[in-house]
Design a binder for this molecule. Structure first.
Ligand code: F6P
Length: 325
């Protein structure tokens, strides 16, 4: 086992609140243990273009509370090609980087896994995505902040929905995961929730509206993007067609969900896994994502971490049904 001296650090894929706290944790703990840290801007793209710079203790001052990522991020097509990865490897060698910490989601770890195999390079990953769609951690960095942003927005929507006696379809992010919609739907008191995992179609919504209490003055339908019922406008159109008496509006929350100061939960999660990442590399671990399961550090091989977990706790859906009477 070769001794690691210089850790390359990058964020990749969609940004998530708490990534900066993770960057800070990796840089500070590496320095604490006598290692060097080299930052790579814009993820795999910067690795290919050589946007690489030395980091020090001050590089990460005053960032724990900031959303986004100071290392910038990108989704990089070129890294999907062998030629792109070879250039990236050469640039890492040029900067004497002998291990990597990758902060991102499934796209990031898919790339990391291929690269690690191809060049026998030690990499560990930190789960950074608002979607919470990785196996091997109870929560991903950014998810808690995002769901709090969503309920803050939906509470505000509820005020106006209630004043006008309106039905709102609120669309949230998640790529192909409904975990943001599921949790926020419960927390915001939604009528019903449409998520890709449950394969619920528009008929379930019709049924709910048909059989639900008629005296409710506002209704919120939480919709995860990319479900089989279509997007929020499509769902709104179909509801309007079937129930013309509803005054229906659509609200797509969009990228607001990715911004803002990270919550306390996300900062602590990021700090814990950030320190654990450096310790893992020092201990010779590689090709694993570092998460928290039942409040304990957990190591999951990349190929398992990226297996999109489609198991939704059925209790959650039942809770929505019970509480929306
Ligand atoms: O993975 C995070 C995420 O915000 C998803 O929820 C969403 O589908 C996607 O990224 C949006 O990506 P972009 O910002 O590239 O449009």
């Amino acid at each position: 086992m070769t001794q690691i001296k210089n850790i390359g650090l990058f964020t990749s894929g969609g940004d998530a609140p708490g990534m900066n706290a993770a960057i800070r944790a990796v840089v500070r703990s590496a320095i604490y243990y006598g290692l060097n840290v080299t930052g790579i801007r814009r993820g795999y793209e910067g690795m290919i273009t050589g946007d690489i710079f030395a980091m020090n203790i001050k590089s990460v001052s005053n960032i724990i509370q900031r959303g986004g990522t100071i290392l910038k991020t990108a989704r990089c097509e070129q890294f999907r090609t062998p030629a792109g990865r070879k250039t990236a490897f050469e640039n890492l060698k040029k900067h004497n980087i002998d291990a990597l910490v990758a902060i991102g989601g499934d796209g990031t770890f898919t790339g990391a896994r291929i690269f690690a195999d191809e060049f026998d390079f030690p990499i560990v990953g930190l789960p950074g995505t608002i979607d919470n769609d990785l196996c091997g951690t109870d929560f991903t960095i950014g998810y808690d902040t995002a769901i709090n942003t969503v309920i803050d927005a939906v509470d505000k929507i509820r005020d106006t929905a209630e004043s006008h006696n309106r039905l709102f379809i609120v669309e949230v992010m998640g790529r192909d995961s409904g975990l943001i919609a599921l949790r926020t739907g419960i927390a915001a008191g939604a009528e019903t929730i449409l998520i890709p995992e449950s394969k619920t179609d528009i008929n379930a919504v019709f049924e709910r509206l048909e059989n639900g209490r008629k005296d409710k003055t506002s209704k919120i339908i939480m919709l995860a993007e990319n479900g089989i019922a279509g997007d929020a406008f499509e769902v709104g159109r179909q509801i309007k067609e079937r129930f013309p008496h509803y005054d229906t509006r659509v609200s797509i929350l969009g990228h607001i969900q990715r911004g803002g100061a990270p919550s306390c939960m996300d900062r602590v999660l990021a700090s814990r896994v950030g320190v654990a990442a450096v310790e893992a590399l020092m201990a010779g671990r590689r090709n694993e994502m570092i998460g928290l399961i039942h409040n304990e550090i957990a190591y999951t091989p990349f190929e398992l971490a990226i297996k999109h977990n489609t198991d939704i706790n059925p209790d959650f859906l039942k809770i929505v049904e019970i509480l929306a009477i």
